[in-house]
Write a protein that binds this ligand. Structure first.
Ligand SMILES: [Zn+2]
Length: 162
């Protein structure tokens, strides 16, 4: 596991764990990494810290630390397109989504079925601009997008605490 300090296009900094840097690149390319504060998917790496792992050094010689150099050049896109399997989600992705869920619940107002209506009112300046979330049907989501109102759909995973 590797921890990335990430920064969104609006300058929010947050941290995320990934299996390795390739996993991070794949998720970022698929738009699965976004800012927990504003939902921006233009995420760049601030710095990375390899997970602490027990090193078993050979006596008399310092253990060789696996070092991941910070990316000095733009990441090379992998030849294979990211594949999102329909099967069970990897535990780390569930953990990430759980974190996103708790961030959304903390910082946004829940509107349930009124979500689409309120999103439109905010867009039209009739309601106070703020982060909201709730449920919307496929048709409502499409209609919002057609009117230039950005909505993000999150796979809603069960909470970490129950
Ligand atoms: Zn942000």
């Amino acid at each position: 596991m590797i921890r990335f300090s990430l920064r969104c296009g609006h300058g929010h900094e947050f941290e995320s764990w990934f299996k390795d840097s390739a996993a991070h690149e794949r998720m970022a390319a698929a738009g699965l990494v976004d800012c927990p504060v504003c939902g921006d998917t233009r995420i760049s790496k601030a710095l990375m810290a390899p997970a602490i792992r027990k090193t078993r050094g050979v006596k008399g010689r310092p253990a060789a630390e696996p070092v991941e150099a910070p990316a000095a050049k733009p990441p090379v896109p992998e030849p294979e397109a990211p594949r999102l399997a329909a099967g069970p989600m990897p535990a780390q992705m569930i953990a990430l989504l759980q974190r996103m869920r708790s961030e959304v619940e903390k910082s946004c107002e829940y509107l349930g079925k009124d979500f689409a209506k309120e999103a439109r009112r905010i867009h039209e300046g009739e309601a106070e601009p703020r982060g909201i979330y709730g449920e919307a049907t496929e048709t409502e989501t499409e209609a919002l997008r057609e009117d230039g109102i950005e909505v993000a759909r999150l796979p809603w995973v069960p909470r970490a605490d129950g």
